[in-house]
Design a protein around this ligand. Structure first.
Ligand code: UDP
Length: 407
């Protein structure tokens, strides 16, 4: 069976038929996706699953990454934080390291595909080379730009303005730009190792292998060790449950190749959790998909207490596993968590503690939230919907002056 057809029983026949119809119009076209890491973080997570599907549909798709030295990753991490609205100390040297690195990458990467799909700020300046090619350029922004620091946004805005279109994950991220902006939410793959159904034996095996105790309910956050994911806030919220919380807290994290801050934040988290036997901190390699799947499934409550978020794939991952989710009301999270229907939205450490306690005491409510959450993800945040939207985007970009796509 083809890869695409295996989604029919989960996502429904209609969307599969739509994808096949749209793909026929694009057969033989080529696409190159460019980002800055093949492992770690949501962008890599999606591309790893999206690229094979596009190829299977007859759209010749490659995935390239921009590479640089430490000064490039330091600069782009600061840009990332600043575009999310966090205060950063950014210097001329950062812009210089950025521009020079992207310029060097431009000669290494084949940008001649029909569609050049650039993800996030790291490779954004490649667009300076577009004049050499007669093709279409799309900037796919995974960041919440609604509080973007002017210094950094003013640098990127002219670059973004040179694209044919910009894709954002939430309507609030829209900016004043002279190009069309399209809303496309990210997605999870229900058949990936990260999200596929697991047997109880598979889950038990991961827990015993990782030596995670299961004597108490488990409250879990899965996130890169990043300040914007607020791991320290999660610990504070958990500690406020009191000396006998009746649960354990598990913070699972890893690093991404393009994130130089992970090791520092990990140390901060370890220091804060020290001495509390109910808190477990686990650092896993970024390829631990089965392990994350089992941990999410074996958890009682999943938390994603982000302070800023593009979309937050971990939320859909947990909802797909029918877990009650407590998540920060930021970025694309409210699309996934409809308060008291598909999960719980929080705005503070106190609110997080309150809802941890409520859900621990009220398993019926927790179960209902999880069940609703799964259906919400099925209807809105599966890879098939995302793929359909990208195919439509390609067709729209090819026909910019048309309101209709004739099939
Ligand atoms: N992830 C992982 N291991 C970790 C931490 C995160 O595999 O230690 C995965 C997580 O399951 C999700 C992705 O990385 O698929 C994170 O995506 P999200 O959109 O939540 O956040 P980002 O890291 O892109 O800001």
């Amino acid at each position: 069976m083809s890869l695409l057809k295996s989604y029919r029983s989960i996502a429904g026949s209609e969307i599969i038929d739509e994808i096949e119809t749209l793909a026929e119009r694009l057969a033989g076209k080529s696409v190159v996706h460019v980002n800055s890491t093949k492992v770690g973080g949501g962008v890599a997570e999606i591309l790893a699953r999206m690229v094979p599907l596009l190829n299977e549909l007859g759209i010749n798709t490659r995935w390239e990454i921009v590479k640089g030295a430490q000064d490039f990753y330091n600069a782009t991490k600061k840009f990332h934080n600043a575009l999310h609205g966090a205060a950063q100390d950014i210097t001329e040297a950062d812009f210089k390291a950025y521009a020079e690195t992207v310029e060097a990458n431009a000669s290494q990467i084949d940008l001649g595909s029909d569609f050049v799909f650039i993800h996030d700020p790291q490779p954004a300046a490649l667009v300076k080379k577009r004049e050499q090619f007669k093709n279409h350029w799309i900037w796919r922004c995974h960041i919440d730009l609604s509080h973007a620091a002017p210094l950094v946004w003013n640098y990127f805005k002219p670059l973004v303005s040179s694209y044919d279109a910009c894709v954002i994950s939430d309507p609030h991220f829209s900016q004043e730009l002279p190009i069309p902006q399209t809303l496309i939410a990210p997605s999870i793959d229900p058949l990936s190792e990260k999200n596929r159904d697991l047997t109880k034996a598979e889950i038990d095996k991961v827990f015993s292998h990782l030596k995670i105790p299961r004597d108490k309910p488990l409250i879990t956050q899965v996130s890169r060790f990043d300040r914007l994911k607020d791991p320290l806030g999660v610990i504070e919220a958990f500690e406020a449950l009191g000396p006998r919380p009746g649960a354990r807290l598990l913070l699972v994290g890893g690093s991404a190749d393009d994130d130089p801050e992970g090791a520092i934040v990990y140390q901060e988290v370890m220091a804060k959790a020290k001495g509390n036997e109910n808190i477990i901190i686990l650092s896993l390699p970024p390829t631990s998909n089965l392990e994350i799947n089992a941990i999410q499934r074996g958890s009682t409550i999943v938390v994603q207490k982000s302070l800023r978020e593009g979309f937050g794939l971990t939320v859909s991952e947990a909802l797909w596993k029918s877990k009650p989710v407590i998540a920060g009301a930021v970025g694309g999270i409210p699309q996934q968590v409809i308060h008291k229907h598909t999960g719980i939205l929080v705005h503070s450490i106190e609110g997080t503690t309150y809802w941890m306690r409520q859900l621990l005491r009220n398993p019926d409510m927790a179960q209902k939230l999880g069940e609703n959450g799964k259906e919400h993800v099925r209807n809105n945040f599966l890879l098939t919907r995302h793929l359909r939207d990208y195919l439509l985007l390609f067709l729209m970009t090819e026909n910019p002056y048309s309101d209709f796509i004739r099939l």
